[in-house]
Design a binder for this molecule. Structure first.
Ligand code: NAD
Length: 259
């Protein structure tokens, strides 16, 4: 999606967003896509050095505002700090994107307690703590929170037991957030991407057989790009989705139709 040809969503201009896991990959593209539309972004990542570099690069390429911060999504107080920073610096908070995630792969009998705990801490606890901070800080004018799930929440592929189960929890948690917090006017939705070109899927390119097998499951015949997912995010943040909450939008080139 070029910024000129993509949907512009003028209502985003002047809003303020927090994005987690934004040093690279989808989170970095989300920060860029929002900054260019006039959204001030507080961008957090556990890799503080990379986050600062990414934020500076986006500010310089877009002319927008992106403040890079260290954030460990497993720590509730880190989320609170970013929410406070947004309100102190920009006077409001409208959007929150729970994007940070980890992708362990292990056969089901090899998953260790430490791996399981680490996976759920980032992928599930991190989403809940982010949503709590967002709900406590977004004003009465409403807002939108988007959680990153995965096609792995619905499709069972070997060695994804911990990851897929954690992402299934994200889709269900999103429904609880929407139900319990609907009266705040904040909408809570999730995106379930299929295979997307980022560092997280670099292993596919190192294994041609795995890449071919993966692409065989995608009716559109290609991996997704970060722009494909940005398009879904903009829709879920914008007024175009004003009556949508508690849902998970699958963005997978049709992979979920594959048996
Ligand atoms: N790439 C895909 O094919 C794909 C498919 C489905 C879902 N997803 C999900 O989309 C999201 C983004 O994926 P990506 O491909 O851009 O991944 P990525 O690995 O490129 O980026 C993830 C970012 O999260 C950060 N992070 C990890 N642990 C963190 C923590 N504890 N606190 C703060 N930041 C932390 C990393 O430093 C990194 O910058 C993830 O939730 C992922 O599970 C990705």
């Amino acid at each position: 999606m070029t910024e000129r040809n993509g949907p512009s969503y003028p209502e985003l201009d002047g809003k303020v967003a927090v994005i987690t896991g934004a040093a690279r990959g989808m989170g970095a593209r989300f920060a860029e896509g929002l900054a260019v539309r006039g959204v001030a972004v507080i961008a957090g990542d556990i890799n503080a050095e990379a986050m600062e570099a990414t934020a500076a690069a986006i500010e310089s390429s877009t002319g927008g505002r992106v403040i890079g911060c260290r954030l460990d999504v497993t720590q509730p107080e880190d989320h609170t700090r970013l929410a406070e920073r947004a309100v102190e610096q920009f006077g409001r908070l409208d959007y929150w994107v729970n994007n940070a995630g980890v992708f362990p792969q292990a056969p089901i009998l090899d998953i260790t307690p430490d791996q399981l705990h680490a996976t759920f801490s980032v992928n599930v606890d991190g989403v809940l703590f982010g949503a709590q901070a967002a709900a406590r800080s977004i004003g009465t004018g409403g807002g939108s929170v988007v959680n990153m799930a995965s096609l792995a929440a619905f499709r069972v592929r070997p060695a994804r037991g911990a990851y897929g189960t954690s992402k299934a929890a994200v889709t269900h948690l999103t429904k609880f957030l929407a139900r319990e917090l609907g009266s705040t006017g904040i909408r809570f939705n999730a995106i379930a991407p299929g295979f997307v070109e980022t560092e997280m899927t670099r292993w596919l390119h190192d294994d041609p057989a795995a890449l071919t097998a993966a692409l065989d499951t995608v009716p559109l015949g290609r991996m997704g790009t970060t722009d494909d997912i940005l398009g879904a995010l903009l829709f879920l943040l914008s007024d175009s989705s004003s009556y949508i909450t508690g849902t998970t939008l699958t963005v997978d080139g049709g992979s979920s139709t594959h048996s």
